[in-house]
Design a binder for this molecule. Sequence first.
Ligand SMILES: [Zn+2]
Length: 381
Amino acid sequence: MLTCLVNGHVYAPGGVIENGALVVEDQVIRQVGPRDAVSIPPGARVLDARGTRVVPGFIDMHIHGVMGADAMKGQALVMAQALPRFGVTGFLPTTVAAPSDELHGALRQIAQAKNSSLQGAAILGIHMEGPYLSVRHPGAMEAKYFRPFDWVEFQGFVAASENNVRMMTLAPEVPPALDYLPRLVAMGIVPSIGHSHATFAQVQAAVKAGLRNASHVYNAMRPFHHREAGTVGAVLFSDDITAELIADGVHVDATAMKLLLRVKGAGRIALVSDGLPVAGLPVGEYRWAGESVFNDGKVAKLPGDRLAGSVTMLDGGLRHLVELAGVPFPEALACASSVPARVLGLNTGSLEAGKDADVVVLNERFGVLLTMAKGQVVFEA
Ligand SMILES: [Zn+2]
């Protein structure tokens, strides 16, 4: 099947192509260029994108749920169908710290969802957030389920997931996690520091062992101190670490976002939603992970005003990066597409010939008009 998107502002790696055209055949981008330089094959379905911005599909590496669907309840297929309306073309359903049998069930169900090929955003694998985390920084998770890294238990998780674990958030300073980082890397799993009380030196040691990512930078990690730069200082400082950022404007304020951008640059920042199942639902009170969660439309909160997670999807995060943090649009786009694609080693994340045809059409207000995942239109406003 052939599809062409014509007349839009196409955000290609070399810059914006005004009045551009994009030719998609089967699942792949075949041509990108100015409208008059691209030959539209006969019989192609032509979509007019006049006055819009044609951008790469968004990849969410950290999302627990959306529109009532919960990764822990195995509802990854529902997530896959809900996410294209937010411009997301691929994601890692993300588990939380829980008893072993509960995690086994969730991992098995996500693997099944990944195997059944329905239309929607691609399930790219699984992000396990915990359970090998530091009780010093539980965030919204239940610390009673945190435990030291257990290689035998972990192999059981990987087996239950049918080898689909792609990312693992852990606290490398809690023994024996550090010793196992090279094995994770060898298995194709990206180790990510999070819910961690690691010192600057401990993070540096973890980078030597293969650490390459940080889960929701600033949130649930040892903060910066001028005599002990902590986990935050090390994540800001190390070019080897890509930092996930929740850009809902609440988890991290505008100044902290600007500082992060200035120190690391957009090329080392991956926008994530950390979305909860209540994301996308009306304002109100819900139950999640055994607690009551209030979605006020901006953020989800636990009793006592604790942040539970975000309700802002990547389209909203992109807008916040531009409007709150002053990031130029093409750089903000990279945080939502090419950076997570690089972290996960995917052949997508930019609009160029040969890449997977994951494409989003946005209006000037960051509203999603059309989403194409692997060449298929999966959402149209
Ligand atoms: Zn977290």
